[in-house]
Design a protein around this ligand. Structure first.
Ligand SMILES: Cc1cc2nc3c(=O)[nH]c(=O)nc-3n(C[C@H](O)[C@H](O)[C@H](O)COP(=O)(O)OP(=O)(O)OC[C@H]3O[C@@H](n4cnc5c(N)ncnc54)[C@H](O)[C@@H]3O)c2cc1C
Length: 417
C-alpha cells in the first residue's frame, strides 16, 4: 500500500519505520529541512514508561493558581483571549479529579509500557547511536509533604504495572552520589529501575537513515496545506509542492495536528505547551548525575548524553509562541545548579524551546480518524519519545487491519466527541 506520513518528528519517523518494515511504500512529508527539528529536537531525553502519571491530577489546579503570574513558575498559564486555550483548560480541569486521574494513568501506562517492549524489540535488530542509558530514573522529592503525596500513588501505579521503588535520602545518594552535593533538601525519592534515557534527536535521525534503507522517501521543505476527500476517503494531501496521493494517510504533526485536522471535520483538543531545555558539557563528572533524574522542586528532568548534561522542564500555555525567553531559560540552569552545583560548563550552555502537543487528559490520540483511510498518531504531550515505538506499531497494525497487541480503549479521538 502507498502510505503518506505527515510530519517527521519522532512520532512520524517511528511510524514510517514500522510501516516500511511491513513492506509498505512510505513517503514522509515534512516542512523542515530534516527530521526531528521541532519538538523532538532537544527534549528531556527520558524514556520514562514507568512514570506514566497524567498532568491533570488532584491538586494541580491549586498549584497552577499559586504560580499564576510568577515568572519562575514551572507551570504557567498565560491568560489570553484564545478560545482554544480556554476550552482546553476546561477539559483539563474536568480531568483533574481522582477517578479521571486513575483512568488516564491506566491509558498512559498501557501505551507507555507497550512502547518500551517495542523499543527493546527494535534495538535488538537495529544498532542506533543515541547515548542510550538503561540505568533507571530517580524521581527526587525535596518537600516531605510532596513525597508523602507521591507515595500515596505508588501502590495504584504498581497495580497498573509500573515498577517503583521508594528510597530515603540515603538511598537516593547511594544510587546517585552527585546528589550528595545538593544545596536542596532531599526528602526521598521514587526509583523506576526499568526506565531509560538518551538523545531523542540522535535516535530519530538514526532511525530515519534505517527508514531510507528500507525505501522510505522523505520530502523535506514541503508544507502540508490541506486535504482532498471523496466520500469517506482522503484521496490526496495538498502541499506546497503540489498534491500527493496515497491509499492511507497518517497524521503525526505534533502540536500542529489540530489546525490541519479541522479540514477533515475533526476538532481535537491538542494545545501547545512550551518547554525549555539546556544542554551543556559536564564540568566535573563527580558533580553531575549519571542516572537520569526528575526533580520535583522545579519540575526538571536531567539526562546524561555522553559528555553533556541535558536539563529540561517548564510548561507554558501561551499559544504557538516558541520564543526563547532568556530569563526563563537561565532559570533552568540556576535551578539545576541548586541540585547539582558546579556540574556543568555554564558559559557553554545551549538553550532551546519546544512545543509539546498536549491533550487535556495527557493521553495521545491514536486510531482511525473520521475517514476510513486516515490514521491519527498525535498528541503525545510530555511523553512523545517514551510512547513512540508502541504508537508506531499500532499505527502500522491499523494500516494492515491487524488487531494491535494492546486494547485501544480510550485512546481514540472519540473520547472528546
Ligand atoms: C522541554 C521538553 C522536554 C521533553 N522531555 C521529554 C522526555 O524526557 N521524554 C519524552 O518522552 N518526551 C519528552 N518531551 C515530549 C516530546 O518531545 C514530544 O511529545 C514529541 O517530540 C512529539 O513528537 P511529534 O513527532 O508528535 O512532534 P514534532 O517533533 O513536533 O513533529 C511534528 C512534525 O510535524 C511537522 N509539521 C507541522 N506542521 C506541518 C505542516 N503543515 N507541513 C509539514 N510538516 C509539518 C513539524 O515540522 C514537525 O517536524 C519533551 C518536550 C519538551 C518540549
Amino acid at each position: 500500500m502507498k502510505v503518506v506520513v505527515l510530519g517527521a518528528g519522532v512520532i512520524g519517523v517511528t511510524s514510517a519505520y514500522e510501516l516500511a518494515s511491513d513492506g509498505h511504500d512510505v513517503t514522509v512529508i515534512e516542512r523542515c529541512e530534516g527530521v526531528a527539528l521541532e519538538t523532538s529536537f532537544a527534549n528531556g531525553g527520558q524514556l520514562s514508561s514507568d512514570h506514566g502519571e497524567p498532568l491533570a491530577a488532584p491538586g494541580v489546579v491549586a498549584k497552577a493558581l499559586k504560580w499564576l503570574g510568577r515568572t519562575d513558575a514551572p507551570l504557567l498559564f498565560r491568560l489570553r483571549l484564545d478560545p482554544a486555550l480556554w476550552s482546553w483548560t476546561l477539559q483539563f480541569l474536568s480531568n483533574s479529579t481522582e477517578p479521571k486521574f486513575w483512568k488516564n494513568a491506566e491509558r498512559v501506562l498501557r501505551l507507555a509500557l507497550y512502547s518500551r517492549e517495542r523499543m527493546r524489540e527494535t534495538l535488538k535488530h537495529e544498532t542506533l547511536a543515541f547515548d542510550h542509558q538503561s540505568k533507571g530514573i530517580l524521581n527526587v522529592y525535596q518537600k516531605p509533604r510532596e513525597l508523602d503525596h507521591a507515595l500515596e500513588n505508588v501502590r495504584g501505579l504498581k497495580e497498573l504495572g509500573s515498577e517503583q521503588r521508594v528510597l530515603d535520602r540515603k538511598g537516593c545518594v547511594a544510587l546517585e552520589p552527585a546528589l550528595g552535593h545538593s544545596t536542596l533538601l532531599i526528602a526521598g525519592g521514587i526509583f523506576t529501575p526499568r526506565d531509560e534515557s538518551g538523545d531523542c534527536y540522535a535516535f530519530t535521525k538514526a532511525l530515519a537513515e534505517r527508514c531510507e534503507r528500507r525505501g522510505v522517501s522523505f520530502r523535506f521543505n514541503t508544507t502540508v496545506q490541506g486535504f482532498h476527500k471523496e466520500g469517506w476517503r482522503v484521496t490526496s494531501v495538498e502541499t506546497s509542492q503540489g498534491p500527493i496521493e496515497a491509499d492511507v494517510f497518517v497524521i503525526a504533526l505534533g502540536s500542529h495536528s489540530k489546525t490541519l485536522l479541522k479540514g477533515l471535520d475533526l476538532n481535537v483538543p491538542i494545545y501547545p505547551a512550551k518547554g525549555y531545555s539546556m544542554t551543556a558539557p559536564v564540568a566535573d563528572d563527580a558533580m553531575a548525575p549519571n542516572t537520569s533524574i526528575t526533580s520535583q522542586a522545579h519540575k526538571l528532568v536531567f539526562s546524561r548524553m555522553g559528555g553533556k548534561l541535558r536539563v529540561a522542564g517548564m510548561l507554558e500555555f501561551n499559544g504557538f509562541d516558541s520564543v526563547l525567553d532568556e530569563k526563563r531559560a537561565r532559570l533552568v540552569t540556576t535551578n539545576a545548579l541548586q541540585l547539582f552545583p558546579r556540574a556543568i560548563e555554564m558559559n557553554q550552555a545551549e538553550y532551546w524551546t519546544g512545543l509539546r502537543p498536549m491533550t487535556p487528559d495527557s493521553v495521545p490520540i491514536l486510531g482511525r480518524g473520521k475517514q476510513e483511510n486516515l490514521i491519527l498518531n498525535t498528541g503525545h504531550g510530555m511523553l512523545g519519545w517514551t510512547m513512540a515505538m508502541g504508537s508506531a506499531r499500532i499505527t502500522a497494525d491499523l494500516v494492515a487491519s491487524h488487531a494491535p497487541a494492546i486494547n485501544l480503549e480510550g485512546l481514540g479521538w472519540e473520547r472528546f466527541s
